[in-house]
Design a protein around this ligand. Structure first.
Ligand SMILES: O=C(O)C(=O)C[C@]1(C(=O)O)C=C[C@@H](O)C=C1
Length: 119
């Protein structure tokens, strides 16, 4: 059987169809378990990233440096878009993700600079 021609489903309600549905559910649970692991890893990676950006924010606040650095952002976006392409991930999505995270980071930087950061 080729990837282009999936097997026809057994007639609805037949024993074969029930077996196929059970097998599909087992496969789905296995795939979801891998998705769970990846989501957990992403949360841990994001937490680590925010620990480092908090360090940057404190450094910038201490020395009166501006919260954002658009040149750095541009370079990082170009780098991430290229990495995304190599990884067959939509580069526009990679850029959107980066901008989303950076907006949050800049808000944290601003709070640190103004002394209104959350505990
Ligand atoms: O590298 C910095 O200067 C940061 O503040 C970190 C960071 C980022 O999260 O990547 C956030 C804001 C800046 O505009 C650029 C990059």
């Amino acid at each position: 059987m080729s990837a282009e021609t999936p097997a026809a489903a057994a007639p609805t309600g037949s024993d074969a169809a029930v077996d196929e549905r059970d097998a599909a559910m087992t496969e789905l649970l296995g795939i979801r378990s891998s998705i769970d692991n990846i989501d957990a890893a992403l949360i841990h990676l994001l937490a680590e990233r925010f620990k480092f950006t908090q360090q940057v924010g404190r450094l910038k606040a201490r020395h009166g440096l501006p919260p954002s650095d658009t040149d750095r952002e541009k370079r990082q976006i170009a780098r991430l878009r290229s990495l995304a392409e190599d990884a067959h991930l939509d580069p526009a999505f990679a850029e959107k993700w980066f901008n989303f995270v950076v907006a949050e980071v800049i808000q944290h930087h601003e709070e640190l600079a103004s002394g209104t950061e959350r505990p």
